[in-house]
Write a protein that binds this ligand. Sequence first.
Ligand code: BT5
Length: 328
Amino acid sequence: MSREEINRELTQRVGSWTSGQEMAESLGISRAAVWKQIQSLRAEGYKIEASKKGYRLVSLPDILSEDLIKSGLKTKFVGRTVISRPSLASTNAEAKKIAPSEDNGTVVLAEVQTIGRGRMKRSWLSPKGGVWMSVILKPRIPPALAFRVNIAATVAVARALEGLYGLDVGIKWPNDLVVREKKVCGILTEIGAEMDSLNYAVVGIGINANLDPDSFPEDWKATSISRELGRDVLRVKLVQRVLEEVERACGVMASSFDQVIGEWSARSATIGQRVRIITMSSEFEGLAESLEADGALLVRRDDGTGERVLAGDCVHLRPAKKKVEEGI
Ligand code: BT5
């Protein structure tokens, strides 16, 4: 018998009473032992009321423990194994290390990251209060379709933030989630592949949940969920919803992907914008037109030629060129 079992009994019935006697019987321990475990859960931040009717869980602590995440998680494989640590250098680095031997859907989380990674060797600030996690996925797709994992994950997190909090989420190409044009989430997908097979994808998701974006440099244009809502959120629910949406979005990865591309495009803060594109080899301006089926951003240069951009950075310059022309 463990604290985890008591925890599970209570969390399945948040808000309703469970008698101490019943719990003791179903777990095969004494009522005194139940009481002892309840005390230890309280010490961790669980609010548990006690009365003649038994125990009642009033609220969960805002910690990302493996138990809390798995309790009530409605997924088939994503999050079946959860590894949660107080601190890691980078959840992506850790996930990549273990990915070859882990099952499809394993999740690695950390309360803080000391060397959080962004794309192209940039750093990602990961203080306490955020959600810093990596999902190991092993879809049966060729490496050439690996970009789909990234797009699916971006749409999944957007759905979660909209569904849970009603936020108006935009996607800034390639995979920033923005609210009021400020970055609330960044995604970093890394893969392990051979010429013709994708061994794994590690999807790193960084969400500024309960933290003060004023502590970041102003030119980052960052925000957080708590800043947007004016209140903190229960991160464990956020993690669960994101994992559920990731599983859903990834379910269509090997088949028709049009719907996900459509959802990406509908939320796009980039399409229709005049942008500056910066890639490893070039830099140019144009009008972002669409996201192509192969994940490329189609950008129309001023001379009318179309450029398909598969990787790089994008700066939003001003809304569509049409408006500029109207002003002339
Ligand atoms: C990203 O990179 O947006 C991908 C971030 C992925 C982070 C997750 S957290 C879990 C997993 N483990 C990791 O080690 N990483 C992943 P990029 O588009 O390159 O954006 C990086 C830039 O965003 C930085 O250069 C800063 O300007 C800015 N930035 C850094 N930390 C930020 C934060 N917490 N919120 C908003 N902007 C941030």
